[in-house]
Design a protein around this ligand. Structure first.
Ligand SMILES: Cc1cc2nc3c(=O)[nH]c(=O)nc-3n(C[C@H](O)[C@H](O)[C@H](O)COP(=O)(O)OP(=O)(O)OC[C@H]3O[C@@H](n4cnc5c(N)ncnc54)[C@H](O)[C@@H]3O)c2cc1C
Length: 653
């Protein structure tokens, strides 16, 4: 327990206790309320007075709803906050039409809360209190505040930006003033682009402990989602567990947001009714997110060119290393072609180790209920590995370099390199993931480590790992990097006569979607009299690995189609190896040509290889890391294939 003889609080309030209990933090947090000071420590006083370019302030409207207003110095400079003593602050601010500080009656005695935040250094300190007096003059506001709560906060999700007053701005323009829900498309776009917002909350009590809260939330751009145009969905990321903002929401069911765009200076303000969902109800709205706050927008305001400080042109944002990947709403996910699954297990059945760092893991798909797993060739599996490798215990902060592990849910995505649906004779489907170890990653070193250990101590188990009883959860299937017009579900060929001329470009482990597509084509090629003509360019440090994978797919080709004269599939492979020479050409049918090259893909590749004339009417698919993708796009452009004609998958989040 933190000891303080001068604590601002005597206990957590009922809302804070309720949310701490719902999340199971109440015992750990008992007594920690004493960390909230009843005055501004000297360090905070200096910080507010000298470091702030802007100051988000929580205030109430005439209906008692919280809004965040933003106070800035008249010229966007620091020094507009004057701290007279530990309890007394004067703010000499510029305000602009539309901002709650400009629009609302700020009477003496009204509640107020502030968040001093310096985005260039990730420092932030909160305070709360009352308005002593307010005076409007020349488009500005002189606000005297009494502070009776103060708390220093962690830098955890603050994205670092270099901000300064811009050289020139237009006058702020109010695009929308206190309009009822829904949000406009422009307002929704602003939310979906934001990596930062400010959250105002309120707690009302008859025992004299009423107060407002002003805080910050940050993440990757798009971490806040808008549902049906009228509900803002905020994922809760693991923090200090005080749960002051969510506690206020628990008690009041109200919240107000200001969402700034630091480049344009636009600010979206909104207020509404709010509630926090935990567990399954949260996951139904935002899959794989166990705590979300929903704010049903009641009123909103959009002001263009509002902020007198902006991100300095030409400077980049340094993202918080703690921010987890963006999670999307269930409804967005369906649109992105993702299918969420529950109760589907993957039983590890065999491991094929291709090299020290590459292996194919094959699983039997076990579906407990009505969930049927459908996979289109090229799609990826979303797998929860926490049952195998465990979940991280709670830690508030981590050492440099280990920050991302704090929010790691153990969920990873890999292309399904092979999928064999269940059949009448074989009741469970088979699914393979071909995984390359990411040496600085957290999950792939463990998976490949498992494969290597087995290979050295129990190699006989590699061909049948079922006795190990390793089960993972298949939580979704995702991806639109498929052959939609050619191959249907479960690899069944469509009956139309689309182009069967394909160009596939694979960088490194980017070969995996093509393995699935090739398998579908190979297994279906006997059903059509129209031959396939596939040009595969694959580049890897050691190209023997993708070549072996391709040859194992080709080995499944029906023998009747193996001879070159009657070939229904013509496959030409250009294999580029940048570090290891091609050691042996794997056994391949005669209709497969292999052209081995040393070195990386070059932008002149197609011309150098005399392939320029062979590019026409090919559907082009590209999968590889950023460097490979860049070169491949330039190589394609050099033979007249533009970005709009290339389907791409980068294995990015
Ligand atoms: C569509 C797609 C297909 C892919 N196919 C393949 C493939 O066939 N073979 C291959 O080797 N690699 C593939 N990858 C890349 C693969 O996902 C990464 O190599 C793997 O996540 C690395 O995990 P790690 O723990 O070792 O690395 P880390 O660096 O520890 O993890 C990667 C980061 O991504 C986050 N993350 C990863 N997956 C998810 C997820 N589903 N939800 C939330 N957060 C996540 C983690 O939190 C972490 O921050 C694919 C990626 C995508 C997006």
């Amino acid at each position: 327990m933190v000891t303080s003889y001068y604590a601002a609080k005597r206990s957590w309030h009922p809302g804070e206790l309720a949310i701490q209990r719902r999340l199971g933090y109440d015992e750990a947090m008992a007594g920690i309320w004493a960390a909230v000071d009843p005055f501004m420590p000297e360090q905070h006083q200096i910080f507010h007075a000298t470091r702030l370019h802007f100051l988000p302030l929580a205030v109430l409207d005439d209906r008692g709803r919280p809004w965040t207003g933003i106070a800035c110095g008249p010229d966007g400079q620091r020094g507009f906050v004057h701290v007279r003593n530990e309890s007394s602050v004067r703010i000499d601010a510029l305000t602009w039409p539309g901002d709650p500080l400009h629009e609302f009656q700020l009477d003496p005695g009204a509640l107020v809360a502030g968040l001093g935040i310096e985005v260039s250094t990730r420092r932030r300190n909160k305070f709360a209190g009352h308005i002593m007096s307010s005076l409007r003059r020349d488009g500005g506001l002189l606000l005297d505040l009494n502070v009776d709560q103060a708390l220093g906060n962690c830098p955890k999700y603050i994205n670092v930006r270099n901000i300064a007053p811009p050289a020139r701005t237009s006058a702020p323009t109010v695009e929308v003033l206190r309009r009822a829900s829904p949000l406009s498309p422009a307002a929704i776009d602003l939310v979906h682009a934001a990596d930062t917002f400010f959250l105002a909350t309120t707690f009302a009590s008859s025992d004299g402990t009423s107060h407002l809260g002003q805080n910050h939330r940050g993440g990757l751009p798009g971490f806040v989602r808008v549902l049906h145009g009228s509900t803002v969905v905020v994922p809760d990321f693991s923090g200090n567990r005080f749960m002051q903002s969510l506690g206020n929401i628990e008690a009041s069911s109200l919240a107000g947001l200001a969402v700034p765009d630091f480049v344009t200076g636009d600010v979206l303000y909104l207020t509404g009714s709010a509630r926090t969902l935990v567990g399954e109800t949260a996951q139904k709205i935002m899959p794989r997110q166990s705590v979300v706050t929903l704010i049903d927008v009641q009123e909103w305001t959009l002001v263009r060119d509002a902020l007198p400080v902006r991100q300095v042109p030409g400077t980049a944002v340094e993202r918080s290393p703690y921010s987890p990947p963006v999670k999307y709403l269930a409804e967005d996910i369906v649109q992105k072609g993702e299918v969420s699954l529950s109760g589907v297990k993957l039983l590890l059945s065999s491991i094929d180790l291709h090299s020290e760092h590459d292996a194919t893991f094959t699983f039997h798909v076990e579906s407990s209920g009505k969930e049927k797993v459908d996979v289109r060739p090229g799609q990826a599996a979303i797998v929860d590995l926490s049952s195998l490798f465990g979940r991280n215990a709670y830690r508030h902060m981590a050492q440099t370099g280990a920050e991302k592990t704090l929010n790691d849910d153990g969920i990873r995505t890999w292309t399904i390199s092979r999928f064999e649906p269940s059949s009448a004779t074989d009741t469970s489907a088979l699914l393979s993931l071909t995984i390359r170890e990411k040496v600085d990653g957290s999950m792939t070193p463990k998976l490949l480590g498992l494969a290597r250990r087995l290979a050295s101590v129990r190699p006989e188990l590699l061909t049948d790992t079922r006795p190990l009883d390793i089960r993972l959860d298949l939580v979704g299937v995702v991806g639109s990097f498929v052959l939609p017009e050619i191959v249907g579900k479960d690899g069944i060929l469509s009956t139309g006569r689309p182009s069967r001329r394909l160009l596939w470009l694979a960088g490194g482990i980017g070969i995996t979607p093509f393995l699935a597509m090739l398998r579908a084509i190979v297994s279906g090629s006997g059903n059509t009299d129209q031959p396939w003509d596939i040009l595969l360019v694959v580049a890897d440090k050691d190209v023997n690995i993708p070549l072996t994978l391709v040859s194992s797919v080709m080995a499944t080709l029906p023998t009747s189609t193996l001879s070159s004269e009657s070939a229904l599939l013509r496959l030409r492979v250009y294999a580029l190896s940048s570090q290891s020479p091609v050691t042996s050409t794997p056994a391949l049918p005669p209709s497969v040509e292999i052209h081995q090259r040393e070195g990386r893909l070059r932008e002149t590749f197609f011309t150098d290889e005399g392939l320029r004339g062979d590019m026409s009417a090919r559907s082009v698919f590209l999968c590889g890391g950023p460097g490979f993708e860049r070169t491949a796009m330039n190589a394609l452009a050099a033979v007249g294939i533009g970005a709009g004609d290339v389907r791409r998958e980068g294995f990015n989040y």
